[in-house]
Design a protein. Structure first.
Length: 302
């Protein structure tokens, strides 16, 4: 555990200054594989069980291979390598900054295009405030999914654990939709992802409170998180909204249909400066986790 803790800040530094691998990310190849598995198995009756079998095919062989590598030739370098590949801090900051700059330049069309890379809702009619709100929701939620959850599993189990988490989270992102095609087939993947995020999401929410408005963050968490349709996203976004002193949620259009969503937080409607503040909130949270990992990792060697 102590060894794994010390790999967290190193993986973060590599991601922050280098970003994702140039040219071709391994998850792109994994996405192609997953699409082929889904095309072969997502048909006919008993889609829930077929989805579970597809999950086993898509996850277990790779995790076992990484576990074997870790057992035979592993060490710091393997945990650092897969930690870097699993963490999306640089990418999240980059995408969020693109939206901020477009809004600051009053280029609403550019902002709508850039925010469409972060969210799945219809962005063609969003106002500047709507874009800021959508961006903040994505940054807060993806901060948990793409930064803090990988860091948590890296600390818990090194390379095999962080690879397992990232693969499961990718499957949820690809198969976890509540529509006719994926409702049944992706149910198992979605439930596994929910399970793996229970602890990381709550640690993320607590961290947002620590580096923001703690009292408002905890109040929003207690009062509003259970109203959200996702058990983990609701916790993270409610706490984040409280920490930032803004309101999130509300109705939004997804795939041409309006979706009713509760309000999270208890403050003003977000503006572009609040989107910048959300990026800084995530940054401060990352720094806090890195410091804690260094401290506990170093103490364990004393």
């Amino acid at each position: 555990m102590s060894l794994h803790l010390l790999t967290l800040p190193i993986s973060l530094i590599i991601d922050r200054f280098i970003g994702e691998p140039r040219g071709y990310h391994p998850l792109v190849a994994y996405g192609v594989l997953v699409d082929r598995i889904e095309a072969m198995m997502n048909r006919g009756p008993e889609k829930i069980s077929k989805g579970a079998i597809a999950w086993i095919i898509a996850v277990l062989p790779i995790v076992v291979l990484v576990w074997l590598l870790d057992s035979l030739i592993g060490g710091w370098w393997l945990s650092i390598l897969f930690g870097w590949l699993a963490i999306g801090w640089h990418s999240l900051r980059q995408h969020g900054t693109w939206v901020v700059k477009a809004l600051q330049n009053n280029d609403i069309d550019e902002a709508r295009q850039k925010i469409s890379w972060l969210v799945s809702r219809d962005t063609s009619q969003l106002s500047s405030s709507d874009i800021s709100k959508a961006g903040i929701e994505s940054i807060l939620e993806n901060g948990s999914d793409a930064i803090f959850a990988p860091l948590f599993w890296l600390a818990v189990g090194g390379a095999p654990a962080v690879v397992a988490y990232r693969l499961c989270n990718t499957l949820d992102a690809m198969w976890g939709y509540r529509n006719e095609r994926y409702e049944q087939f992706g149910k198992f993947s979605a439930r596994v992802d929910d399970l793996l995020n229970i602890i990381p999401a709550r640690l993320t929410a607590f961290t947002y409170g620590l580096v923001g408005n703690f009292k408002a963050s905890m109040q929003s968490w207690r009062a509003q998180a259970g109203q959200w349709y996702s058990p983990n996203a609701g916790v993270v976004m409610a706490a984040g909204a409280g920490a930032l002193g803004i309101s999130l949620g509300g109705d939004a259009v997804y795939h041409g249909k309006s979706k009713r969503r509760p309000t999270l937080g208890n403050g003003k409607e977000p503006q572009v400066n609040d989107l910048s503040a959300a990026l800084k909130l995530v940054d401060r949270s990352v720094y806090l986790w890195a410091i804690i990992a260094l401290l506990f990792g170093a103490i364990s060697f004393l």
